[in-house]
Ligand binder design. Sequence first.
Ligand code: ATR
Length: 443
Amino acid sequence: MNITAKTLPLGVIGHPVAHSVSPEIHNFILDCLEMNYFYGAYHVLPENLGDAIRGARALGIRGLNVTIPHKEEVIKFCNELDPYAQKIGAVNTVVNRMGVLKGYNTDAPGFIANLDRSGVSVEGKNVVILGAGGAAKGVAAAVLESGAARVRVVNRTHAKAEKLASELHDRRIEAAESAAGAQILINTTSVGMKSDATPFERFDLLAPDCVVCDIVFCPRETALLRMAAENGFKTVGGIGMLIYQAVIAFELFTQKNVGEDIIDRLFRRLEMNHNIVLTGFMGCGKSAVGRELAQMTGSELIDCDDYIVKTTGLTIPEIFDREGESGFRSIESRCIGELSRRKGVVISLGGGAVLRRENIDLLRENSYVIRLKADVEKILRNTSGDTSRPLLKGKSRPEIEAMLDYREPYYANCDYTVDVSQMYPNRTAKKILDLVTESKKFS
Ligand code: ATR
């Protein structure tokens, strides 16, 4: 991307906003279409929302996405409202046309577009929505609009489900206590986000052909979806809704069609049906690159050494002192075996894990294994003074070079090698995502 005086600004506002995947999605589409826009993320506190929107208008920002907690409040700063956004009472997209700001909601059509992509139709179906917050209202409006026969809202706080159902003014929707007979079950609660909790377990109540959907996308396979699949139900994850709401917003901002090919590439980039495993010598920057990758894709980062420390209750130097290197390697292999069964995560591997070929072979079955290659200068810079790496203790430069030479052949069966000597972690992360996007390995 080449930013010039003619580059047009787009962005997302939220509080917090640093975790947002929207910049990754929009800037990728802009790159694909070679359009001269830039999409940034702006942290806006609730008390500054009015100033931010007035500032965006004054600066000629072409379009803004709006995320938590501003989706309702932003309405009063819009000049016009799309009828659908009005109905839902929430705006996630503001388009600036010559100083006139119009608010839209692309979350709800994004949800339906994602179902379409999975070959699922809600028309004539018996739908159950778990949760009664802002997200539930958008999903409920969307499924009603798409012709659902019946919609039940099941929520921990029943009164909120009743309130939601009455606000949508449609005889097909009601608050309920049970999901019995559901043909489509949709979780809109936050249960399962960054945890292994599930908001629903009574799979025996569902219709045999029920499709179970989750709008939570981190982890990619929530406990709800995993259990639904184990019980034989078709599942639809939340990342597709995120992709489609962005695509629809992008088309509103720019009046350009995104096209199926780019949408397919976005899915390959972000769906994470696989893991991304980072390997490489100590000090090559696996943790920093892993953090960037997890942030850009909105997925979970697991540091294998942290996982070992958590499961054994010992520090790495303590394991080396007690068990020696071979004892440590056995524990490491066991932990890698456990991690290899995960799905949709970024894993940062200890530098020596490659020494056992079976570790990499196992991980490669459902992961892209990426080797980060750094020159000795970078490794020395990054590891000097670090006492948590027993294998480097007291080592001179020639000794480290000899270790690098010795390990070199072990990296041969990684999927990709990325030279990080001259690259910042965010550039490296982008390069890795580009490799994954164009890869045919899991297609
Ligand atoms: P959003 O705008 O993202 O939908 P929200 O308005 O805070 O967020 O709504 C969160 C929803 O998740 C609510 O339906 C909430 O239930 P309550 O109305 O009873 O609070 C639901 N939720 C959150 N944590 C939950 C939990 N641990 N168990 C069950 N439901 C939960």
